[in-house]
Write a protein that binds this ligand. Structure first.
Ligand SMILES: Cc1cc2nc3c(=O)[nH]c(=O)nc-3n(C[C@H](O)[C@H](O)[C@H](O)COP(=O)(O)OP(=O)(O)OC[C@H]3O[C@@H](n4cnc5c(N)ncnc54)[C@H](O)[C@@H]3O)c2cc1C
Length: 202
């Protein structure tokens, strides 16, 4: 299956990225584009989080509820973003200017890939080892990792978002990182003219 963009990981960064990409899919520049998210969620740090300090989220909100609501939100508002559930990515390989994303069940091809699988070590996706470095903003004793990147770009067509991009582990930071990558991709689709997606009250 071929995609213009595929997001790997359905935690704070991955789902935020998918929602903003989804909101751009109705724009003329996104016509005929295909976007997908590999929504493996078992190991999201949100599974055990209790959110009391996030702007816009009521105190005592369980991270697991935010995860489930995020998927429902994506399904309801932006069904154009194809959701691939219960598959774990095991390899990402660059081939002829595109990426091959291999899971435990299938194989996909994408022009752009967003890796948003969190900063836990060991990193289990083959093909990205050369970009792995110790996390720059986490306690050394925790052995966290990140992918080398410049403003989320690892190399042409390959993006990283969330804690794996080197950001500190806070929900709002990870979500913002995913949303930032989405607007970078929408901007590329819009012939490099800066873009964002805002809905307005009428
Ligand atoms: C106990 C706890 C409490 C917390 N409390 C707070 C708090 O009060 N306030 C706050 O702001 N933040 C809190 N956080 C931090 C917050 O949960 C994280 O900062 C945020 O979840 C990081 O987002 P992320 O997208 O980088 O990673 P994650 O949310 O961890 O998402 C990574 C995703 O990638 C998926 N994945 C991993 N490997 C693969 C693979 N090979 N293929 C496909 N998918 C894969 C995972 O299943 C997961 O869905 C807490 C975290 C923990 C652990």
């Amino acid at each position: 299956m071929d995609f213009d963009v595929i997001i790997i990981g359905g935690g704070a960064a991955g789902l935020s990225c998918a929602l903003v990409i989804g909101s751009g899919m109705s724009k003329p520049f996104a016509e005929n584009r295909k976007a997908g998210i590999i929504l493996h969620q078992k190991s999201s740090h949100l599974q055990s989080a209790l959110l009391n300090n996030v702007f816009g989220i009521p105190p005592e909100t369980k991270g697991v509820d935010v995860l489930n609501q995020g998927v429902a939100h994506l399904t309801d508002l932006y069904p154009e973003v194809r959701q691939i559930s219960r598959e774990k990515v095991i390899e990402v390989a660059g081939i002829n200017g595109r990426y091959r994303v291999i899971t435990n069940r299938n194989e996909y091809s994408a022009e752009r890939v967003v890796v948003a699988v969190g900063y836990t070590s060991p990193f289990r996706i083959n093909g990205l080892e050369e970009y792995l470095i110790p996390h720059k903003k986490a306690k050394i004793s925790k052995n966290r990792i990140q992918l080398k990147n410049e403003d989320h770009l690892v190399k042409s067509g390959l993006y990283v978002a969330g804690t794996l991009a080197g950001w500190r582990s806070q929900y709002a930071i990870a979500s913002g990182s995913g949303a930032a990558v989405a607007t970078d991709i929408l901007t590329v689709w819009n012939n490099e003219e800066h873009t964002k997606v805002h809905d307005k009250l009428t």
